[in-house]
Every structure is written in structure tokens, then in C-alpha cells.
Design a protein around this ligand. Sequence first.
Ligand code: FMN
Length: 185
Amino acid sequence: MSEVLNFLHSRNSAPKLIAPAPSAQQMQDIFQAAMRAPDHAWLRPWRFITVADERREALGLVLEHCLMLRNPESDESARSKARNAPLRAPLLVVVVARLSQHPKVPAIEQRLSAGCAAQGVLLAAEASGYAGIWRTGESAFDRNVMSALGLDENEEIIGFVYLGSRAGKAKSIPDLDTAAFVSSW
Ligand SMILES: Cc1cc2nc3c(=O)[nH]c(=O)nc-3n(C[C@H](O)[C@H](O)[C@H](O)COP(=O)(O)O)c2cc1C
């Protein structure tokens, strides 16, 4: 099996991420790879917002504030979970779908492209010796969170991609039988 194929077979999300995160130069290469996502009509329906260092704490406060707007009854455990969520990795990339009207490219296709770009970030980060995990949760679908991050009305959060170095060993990957998922017609 080729080295690249072997790499693709073993991609593995990492829930526990520690420093170091990819450098700014490495992130350029990672974004470059992500922007090779398939993209109908080359609309480039994505953008990436990085959140690092103390800005993660600022984002945590935003997530907590927006949680309280969604659910004013939230207890301290829920509040601190929201507040500390961005601290689970040294670097976050908010992958944003930037939707435009196009006669041949419906919004779903643009969202799928942005999703492929998110996968591209994960793959390229792992190929650069780092690890990551794609997370969403209620805050990813909250317009108040989107506004705080500077998203326009036509933009949506596709995911929070957490990046860093894998803490501990990679989990074992279940052996999936392709026959259960593939048929010929
Ligand atoms: C759109 C999307 C949203 C996700 N949201 C979360 C999340 O909020 N929390 C979480 O633990 N995993 C989430 N996951 C799953 C993880 O990213 C990861 O795929 C999962 O832990 C399985 O690990 P693996 O990718 O190594 O197979 C999400 C995945 C996708 C595609």
C-alpha cells in the first residue's frame, strides 16, 4: 500500500490536544491544502478563523455568554464547560461556510465543500505531524456565537477544528468492512 494511502487509512481524531500547535507557516501550508477541497464553480465557499493563545479565553467567555442567552437556567457546570471548551487545544480553526446565490450551486453543495475543507485541515495537520478533532455542539449553530466571531448573515459555522499535538497514544481504529457500505448497481 502506498504511504499516502496508509496515512489516509489511519487518520485519527485526537480528543486530547496539547502544545505545540502548528506554527503560523505550517498553518499556511495546511490552509493551502484545505483549499484544494472540491468546489463546484470554484466559489471558494469557506473561510477560516484561527483562535489561539488568550483569544481562546475570550472565545470561552463568548460561548458562556451565548449559552446563558440560549438557556438562562444553565448551572455552573454547564457554564464552565462552555467557558473552558476552547482551552481543550492550543489552536482552534473555526471553519466557516460562506454561502452565495448561484444558479447551479445550491447552498448544500457549498456547505459540503466547506466540510471537505474542514477535513482538509484535519488531514493536512496530521500530515504535518500534529493532530486534531472536529467539534460542533449547540454553540456552532448559535447565531450569537457566529456574530461574535464576525460572521455575516450568509455565513455559517461548519465546525470548530481543534488542533495541537496528540496527548497520549492514538485510539485503535475499528476494522470496518467495506462490503457493509459498498455495493454495485
Ligand atoms: C460535523 C461534525 C461534528 C462533530 N462534532 C463533535 C463534537 O461536538 N464533539 C465530539 O466529541 N466529536 C464531534 N465529532 C466527531 C469527531 O470529530 C470524530 O470524528 C469522532 O470522535 C471519531 O473519531 P475519528 O474521526 O478518529 O474516527 C464531529 C464530527 C463531525 C463530522
